[in-house]
Design a protein around this ligand. Sequence first.
Ligand SMILES: Nc1ncnc2c1ncn2[C@@H]1O[C@H](COP(=O)(O)OP(=O)(O)OP(=O)(O)O)[C@@H](O)[C@H]1O
Ligand SMILES: [Mg+2]
Length: 629
Amino acid sequence: MPTPPPSPPPDRRPDEPTGRSAVRALLRLWPHVRPVRVRLFTAAFVAIIASCVGLVIPLVLKWLVDGPVAGRDTAGVWLGALYLLLLGVAEALLFGVRRWLVARPLARVEADLRARLYAHVQRLPVAFLDRWASGQLLSRGTTDLMLLRQFLAFPLTFLLVNGVTIVVGVVVMLLQDFTLGLVMLAPAVPLVAFSSVFEKRYARAARQAQDQVGDLTTVIEESVLGIRIVKGFGRHRSQARAFRQLSRRLRGTELRKARLLATIWAVIVTLPETAIGATLVVGAVQVADGTLSAGTLVAFLSTALALRWPVESIGFLLAMCQEAATATERYFEVLDAPTEDQQAAGGRTPVPTGGCRSRAVRASPAATGLRFEGVRFRYPDAPPGSPPLLDGVDLHIRPGESVALVGATGSGKTTLTALVPRLHEVTEGRITLDGRDITAMPREELRALVAVAFEEPTLFSASVADNVLMGGDGTAGTAELHRALAVAQADFVHTLPQGTATQVGEQGLSLSGGQRQRLALARAVVGRPRFLILDDPLSALDVHTEAAVEAALRHVLAGTTALIVAHRPSTVLLADRVALLSQGRIAAVGTHHELLRTNAEYARLMSGRPWAGAQPDGTGRGRPAKEAR
Ligand SMILES: Nc1ncnc2c1ncn2[C@@H]1O[C@H](COP(=O)(O)OP(=O)(O)OP(=O)(O)O)[C@@H](O)[C@H]1O
Ligand SMILES: [Mg+2]
């Protein structure tokens, strides 16, 4: 039994974000933001007005200082104070309106992006999902999308708003006093240079942090799913150590981000503050000389102070943009992966072998049923140069016939069965159902024709009935449900607290391995499929239940064309014929008794006796074998 690895294998890392453009990455969000653009632009416009209202305040101050204050006009001072109050209230109200405008549409954008990601992941080829750590997918659907919503709600608007505010403020300052304005503007050049260096560094750190969140999610998910193994093997310490390591690594990256942010923040705060100090000195000298009115200096400094927040915020707004750009890239890494259909459209065209095409065209009786013709297959991530796992499988299962597939562990039985519903694509050769190449059929039609029960019976967090009826075409009702449960000998469901309405799966009642297997079997037979693929469907059952399921299954098998992976003679006897998979090919076909007599390897597999041709790993080709059953 495998023990959990001390630390998860590193996920596929895309290229480092060198030379990438944050703007280009973020622009990819536009199609998703388009539907809410009116509200978003309105909100930005409202925020710009609010921000500019704030800039009027210094002008009222100037009027107040040079007018009523200088003239000792108390009524005028009260009026000025009232103006200031009204301006402040207006600014606050406008910012409130902005928030109200964006909240709902942005929640919708986030929900749409998430739905799109989910729908896409459902349609991705199994091979893609095999390669990706689940935590990396999870973190994209959660943390990254949250970052994107935050970006649309806040930095996107405020970069624009603060940019406009700074420009307007600078113009106002230059108009008030050109020399003082230039003194204020002096730090702009080093600030821009510094920001661009910061941006690149921060982008790298942000990408790293987000990938590390994905790794961390993977470890959490694996430990929760594998909690029995973690506890059973006393691996909680090593698992916790692995978690601590990853979380320390993430902490390090987050601290690096914080340090970068602190540096840019320090520069962004210090430079303008120095400029304000310099302006104060120069301005005070000018006021003393009588070349500048005190009101103008007050207004000038108030404007400069009003611009402090827009300028200071630029640092973390840029940081948030970088994080959002990284999140967008990570999001589209999944969304850009071709779905099963896209891959089929742009990929391999099925290679007809050995004149089978003409047989298919004539649709002679021999072409009906389920047929494997010269099927070759190797996993895309198999080591280069290794022989194909399936190396020319030829097998014909006649309509209504059931064939048991027998082979050593690791010989490729599960792989062969996965090729029929096109969970993996054959590398060469073809598979036909009633003479039709499966690659020429729409996937939906194919999967409606073929029902499968896999080795690992997976149940979803839903009721027993929903789990079973999932195997039907949507029209199956209670009668079909009960028939399927009877075939699978799953009468135990009637003793569950709410019968077939009982919630099972991860968020429901835990069932035993054999109970789950029987529900998975019921799911496979509920739709009365034309073709039935069962991967070792009875392995977890006791002999009595197995015998009962077999008796009931015989009736179902009489009406379907079935391929049943079997390890035990009792399961093999369900089938009309047996095919032995060895060395990537069908080495022998016959009845159980024929093969027992004529094939030494088969006899060994069925009886446990040693076989002269066996390799130490039991697979005959040096691949790592699973533990013996
Ligand atoms: N997704 C995958 N990517 C790469 N290699 C895989 C993948 N799945 C299985 N394999 C390899 O393919 C070989 C055959 O696996 P398969 O599951 O088809 O065997 P099997 O005959 O069903 O074995 P068992 O009787 O133990 O169920 C194994 O060596 C396995 O390591
Ligand atoms: Mg298997």
